[in-house]
Design a protein around this ligand. Structure first.
Ligand SMILES: N[C@@H](CCC(=O)N[C@@H](CS)C(=O)NCC(=O)O)C(=O)O
Length: 287
């Protein structure tokens, strides 16, 4: 679990906060996963919005809380927790009911959540190319300079390499965009894992059996983002498609994934333009 050490945290006022505070952003997939988890647990929390589109996560205040500059962050009674899957695992121990990590499957859950986390930059690449489609590079050289040099640069007191990985990602987007090759490689990874998840659903409603778990939440959020990107889930993975259709009707989840009309219109227009030009995900990745 990643609970930050005192020396990692430069924005000191959060250390005095009481209760449960979440730093998050509406269209951040990791934030969506955490918000759904909290809603299903019935837990109240204080909201702190960080505008990812405005790069507020790369400003001193937020980098002083999470040296990785990533959302979400949980502050619980002055302890700062980062890494969404570690946050969920921590919260499961604090709020055990309803159970979302079934007893006995902790290791399996940890392995599948790790796999989900490892695909995060692939999800981000497909999101930026096929969903958000920003007109210019999301982070400027100046933003990245601040990113590299602000915050403690440590996690648990150790020099941390994550910011370097993130900066490489944003510099690559700025210099070459998200190429067909990158999109194809990312889509192939999702096709493989979705195939595996589809097989898991043989004879059971949810990924770990007959009740919903944190794995369903995590992979549902990826499936939702990829659906927005134009990945035809039901076409390739029918059981996963049916699972998706069932889960999206759960009220706490529906509320989370329902897009505000102007955002939906923008995403739909991008998709329609990509289809018209033959550069949509299905065509680019041969799905
Ligand atoms: N492994 C991290 C990944 C977190 C992450 O990449 N979060 C995204 C939002 S989903 C973010 O903060 N991106 C920063 C940006 O877009 O500048 C976790 O699970 O918390």
């Amino acid at each position: 679990m990643v609970k930050l050490a005192d020396s990692d945290i430069k924005t000191r006022d959060v250390l005095d906060w009481k209760g449960l505070h979440v730093f998050h952003f509406p269209f951040s997939s990791c934030s969506q996963k955490l918000r759904i988890f909290l809603a299903l647990k019935g837990v109240e929390w204080d909201s702190h919005l960080i505008d990812l589109m405005g790069n507020e996560n790369l400003q001193e205040y937020f980098l002083g809380i999470n040296p990785r500059g990533l959302l979400p962050v949980l502050v619980h009674d002055g302890d700062v927790h980062i890494e969404s899957n570690d946050i969920l695992t921590y919260l499961e121990s604090v709020y055990p009911e309803p159970r979302l990590i079934p007893e006995g499957s902790e290791n399996e859950v940890a392995a599948l959540l790790k796999h989900e986390d490892e695909l995060h930059l692939d999800l981000r690449a497909l999101s930026f190319r096929f969903v958000f489609n920003p007109p210019h590079a999301p982070k400027s050289a100046e933003d990245l300079e601040v990113y590299a040099n602000t915050g403690s640069g440590t996690v648990n007191g150790q020099k941390d390499g994550r910011v370097g990985v993130e900066i490489d990602f944003w510099e690559t987007i700025a210099s070459e965009g998200i190429t067909d090759e990158v999109a194809q490689a990312a889509a192939a990874k999702f096709r493989k894992i979705f195939g595996e998840l589809n097989d898991r659903l043989d004879g059971q409603e949810y990924l770990l059996g007959d009740s919903m778990s944190v794995l369903d939440i995590a992979w549902f959020i990826y499936a939702n983002r990829l659906t927005l990107a134009g990945y035809p889930i039901a076409k390739h993975h029918p059981k996963l498609g049916a699972w998706y259709a069932r889960i999206e009707e759960i009220p706490a989840i529906k509320k989370e994934i329902t897009l505000p009309p102007p955002v939906k219109e923008k995403f739909d227009a991008t998709r329609a333009q990509h289809v018209a030009e033959g550069v949509h995900l299905e065509a680019v990745a041969g799905l």
